[in-house]
Design a protein around this ligand. Structure first.
Ligand code: HEC
Ligand code: HEC
Ligand code: HEC
Length: 105
């Protein structure tokens, strides 16, 4: 499948799920010690108004096809760091607790 087809397949999967959630919903990254990270489609697509293609499929596909990134890779622009660079959005080099939380939400 090429990228455009993957995006299309994702859209179809979401539409046919038949209940209201934005894109892929909430995605939890398990990170020990400093705390898990919840990525919210709701905040990114709804509030920030980003199109699906801002992230799919150049940065992300699905949880199963995840390419994990370290914070130092993100600091150089990988994954969340492609936007969370202190210009487009708050930087991965600070604000640790805006993403990492020990509380269960
Ligand atoms: C700001 C980035 C971003 C935008 C914009 C975005 N997504 Fe996602 N999406 C992600 C991330 C991050 C994941 C998790 C992928 C991973 O774990 O590697 C994901 C995963 C998904 C998944 C798979 C969920 C699963 O359980 O594996 C679907 C479906 C999806 N997105 C649909 C959409 C649709 C539809 C839109 C537009 C309405 C959209 N996304 C917009 C970042 C984004
Ligand atoms: C924009 C959100 C975001 C911010 C801000 C952020 N992180 Fe992360 N961090 C993540 C995500 C998402 C992962 C998991 C990535 C994966 O598995 O692909 C992660 C993984 C990690 C890990 C495990 C991987 C590694 O690099 O060793 C550590 C430790 C970590 N973060 C520490 C921090 C610290 C310390 C800060 C503040 C300086 C911070 N993070 C800021 C999103 C963020
Ligand atoms: C395509 C750009 C883009 C990517 C990629 C992206 N973000 Fe964001 N994110 C934004 C923008 C824009 C905002 C809103 C501006 C701000 O808060 O600085 C935002 C806001 C947030 C917020 C605050 C809103 C909330 O949900 O509470 C969190 C947390 C967050 N992002 C986490 C992440 C994590 C974790 C990743 C990687 C898995 C990620 N983002 C990837 C652009 C992006």
């Amino acid at each position: 499948m090429n990228r455009a087809m993957i995006v299309l397949a994702l859209l179809v999967a979401v539409t046919s799920a038949g209940y209201a959630r934005v894109g892929g919903g909430d995605i939890v990254y398990e990170v020990k010690k400093i705390g898990n990270v919840t990525f919210r489609h709701d905040a990114h697509v709804g509030k920030s108004g980003l199109p699906c293609t801002a992230c799919h499929a150049s940065l992300y596909v699905t949880k199963e096809k995840r390419k994990t990134a370290t914070m130092s890779q993100m600091g150089k622009g990988a994954s969340c760091g492609s936007c969370h660079n202190g210009k487009t959005a708050f930087s991965v080099k600070g604000s640790c607790n805006q993403c990492h939380t020990k509380e269960v939400k």
